[in-house]
Every structure is written in C-alpha cells, then in structure tokens.
Design a protein around this ligand. Sequence first.
Ligand SMILES: *Cc1c(COP(=O)(O)O)cnc(C)c1O
Length: 217
Amino acid sequence: MSLSDIQARITAAEAQAGRAPGSVKLIAVSKVQPDDRVRAVLELGHRTFGENRVQEAAGKWPGFRDEFGAVDLHLLGPLQTNKARQAMELFDVIHSLDRPKLAQTLARLADEMGRCPDLFVQVNTGAEPQKAGVLPDEADAMIADCRKLGLPVLGLMCIPPVDEDPALHFQMLADMAARNDLSGLSMGMSDDFEIAIAHGATHVRVGSAIFGARVSH
Ligand SMILES: *Cc1c(COP(=O)(O)O)cnc(C)c1O
C-alpha cells in the first residue's frame, strides 16, 4: 500500500457512502516509524500526521516542520496531565480527551496560553478495562462539562475492540455525536477505515497501511 492507494480508497468510500469528496481527512499515523519513511510521505506533499506519544513527537516534528513548513499534527495516544502544556504547544488537534481532570487542565492552560488545540472526546465504546476513554454512558455528561469549560470539542473518537465488528462501535459513536450536535468523528484505522467512512468518519487514522508494519525495538 502507499499514500496514493489509501487516498484513492478513501475517495471511493466517500463516493460509495454518498458523501462529498474531501469530507474525510486522512491522518497518517507515523508513530514508531523510521524518519526516512515519514520523510517520504512528507515529500509526496502530505501534511496531516498522527502520533501517540508527546515525547516521541517532540523529538521528530519540530525538525520536520523546519524542513517542510506547516504540518497539521494530531495527538492520538493517552495524555498525562503533566505533559498537557507540551502537547498543547506541539499539536493542532488532540483526539484523546478521555477524563474530566484532563479537561480541567486543558481549560486552565488554554486560558493561560490564549489558544487551544481542537479536541475529540475519546469514548471507550467497548467498555474495555485496559482502554482509555469515557464509558458510553458517561459521554454526554463529559461533552457537556467540556462545553461548560469553553473547550473546543470538535467530535468523538473511538478505537473498537479488536475482536468485535467495528461497524457496531462506529455506529454507536456516530449516534452519540449526532445527539450531542458534534460533527467530528475520528474513527477507522488501516483495517477498517472504509467501514468507518460508511458510518460517517470525518477523520481516519491510518498507520501501517501507509508506512508498512511498525518496526519494533
Ligand atoms: C496506531 C494507531 C492508529 C493506526 O493504526 P494502524 O492499524 O497502523 O493503521 C490509529 N489510531 C490510534 C489511536 C493508534 O494508536
């Protein structure tokens, strides 16, 4: 697979779902990928990337931004409150707003800094104990709390359980977003982004299908 193959599949899935061309944003998930693979995708002109860890992103993206200009950077992994300031300085969008305490911290820092990244509330649609995110029955209250804090919540994000039909989880997230008047849906990865688009994804997060298997250390 390559970037252009994935873009073509996204365009086809948009058409199939009767959605406007360009309505789905492709986030190229570059976590743990060697720099030469990331540079190759930058050289093709792609400018929207996702990372899981603040530390790792801080090590590689300032350099790439110097070299390639503005890059739209999305944080996808869990965020500790003690890294929140650094994350807000580095990232344009945070997809992992997963607890009230983090919402309070982001709101306080946003006041102080005079700006805030766009946010997605992460929902643990499968209620998996090891997974981040608010539980489905806590989501409405969390969204309301974030709005009271003045946070720019764009939408909802989920990572479905590996052994379940992702369509059920994508639909649950889409329903939750609709009843809360949220237009953003961050859902779909390498193996299921077309299904996510059929259910209304606005942001798909695709790593290995673009870059190849992640190299483990
Ligand atoms: C790693 C990761 C992805 C990309 O996964 P692939 O299967 O490589 O496409 C997407 N979203 C999150 C939150 C991730 O951690």
